[in-house]
Design a binder for this molecule. Structure first.
Ligand code: AVI
Length: 320
């Protein structure tokens, strides 16, 4: 019988330990109510986000792909050979395919994602398309301490597209960058997508699309709480509200209560006055200088930055 040698390997990087119920209640008990944006991404939320990325108004995904396609050879050159490519929050591993085209000699790819089933399925598909590549799928929360298997390549490069860093608070971004710099030492690099500051009208439109998909994405969070935490939010009694806060340099997303109302979540009650909001997401926008300065403070040296013609989005290569 022929022995089958698989080029996909599965690893547990860490066990994400969050108690959703107490975390959500803690946020809703604050004077300014908030819920972490990580809770957007149940199955429906992930599908809605996928639809957002295809909207005319939502330029980041499309623009980043344009940059990746245009400069993939330069990026591959910057990353260099004998480097293992590690992707944080790899999802369906779609964007990395562009990069892989330009790196035919790459030996190891390490997708890391919190959503285990989806990760394993995507890793299997990718390993079949790239039989020469060893794919080490690691299920882990990459913002926390995690383990990766021993790799054969001389150094590591992290790929972190999508401007996901924009959804972190400034102190979280710093912590994340410092952890990533440590992970990459010695001699690694970080290829990261960062959304840029621009005309406020463009930013506002990107989070207030005509079809109302971003609104559905925001409201779906309440649906998730109803289902998973036995809450009783009336989805008609909350409204999506997103705007660019120029001083803070971020898009803020909120859910506005349209009336005075008391919501039950499990055994607990939470009161909302009319007009009160749940702050559900921040999406920070940077100038190239601002981002590079932050990266420098965290131990990186900016090496190269690529942008689209309008300077709407940037991809940075930073080394340790
Ligand atoms: C995932 N993240 C980078 C998106 C963003 O633009 O901040 C999430 C999103 N929220 C509303 N639309 C898209």
């Amino acid at each position: 019988m022929k022995t089958i040698r698989s080029n996909v390997h599965y690893h547990n990087g860490n066990e994400p330990e969050t108690d959703m119920y107490s975390e959500i209640l803690h946020g809703l008990r604050q004077e300014k109510k908030f819920i972490s944006p990580k809770y957007f991404y149940d199955k429906k939320g992930s599908e809605l986000f996928e639809s957002i990325t295809m909207l005319t108004e939502y330029y980041p995904t499309r623009t980043e792909l344009l940059i990746l396609n245009k400069f993939k050879d330069e990026m591959a050159h910057a990353i260099g050979s004998d480097t293992a490519l590690v992707e944080f929050g790899s999802g369906s591993s779609e964007k990395v395919r562009t990069l892989l085209e330009a790196m035919p000699e790459l030996k190891e790819y390490v997708p890391i994602d919190i959503s285990k089933d989806f990760l394993y399925q995507s890793a299997r598909a990718l390993s079949m398309e790239y039989p020469h590549l060893d794919v080490h799928a690691v299920s882990a929360d990459y913002t926390d301490k995690f383990e990766v298997p021993e790799l054969k390549s001389k150094r590591k490069a992290v790929f972190f597209p999508g401007s996901t860093i924009g959804n972190f608070e400034p102190e979280e971004s710093m912590k994340f960058l410092k952890m990533t710099a440590n992970f990459l030492r010695p001699k690694g690099g970080l290829l990261i997508g960062v959304d840029l500051k621009k005309d406020h009208a463009v930013l506002n439109a990107a989070y207030n699309d005509n079809k109302g998909i971003t609104s559905q994405f925001n409201i779906n969070l309440l649906n998730r709480l109803n289902r998973e935490l036995l809450a009783n939010f009336d989805l008609e009694k909350f409204q999506h509200h997103a705007f660019y806060h120029a001083e803070k340099g971020r898009i803020e997303m909120h859910l506005v209560s349209l009336i005075n109302q008391t919501i039950t979540i499990g055994n607990e009650k939470v009161f909302f006055t009319e007009g009160e909001t749940i702050h559900t997401e921040n999406s920070y926008k940077f100038t190239i200088q601002e981002f590079q300065n932050m990266a420098r403070q965290c131990g990186f040296t900016p090496e190269k930055v690529w942008c689209d013609d309008k300077n709407w989005f940037s991809m940075h290569y930073l080394v340790v």
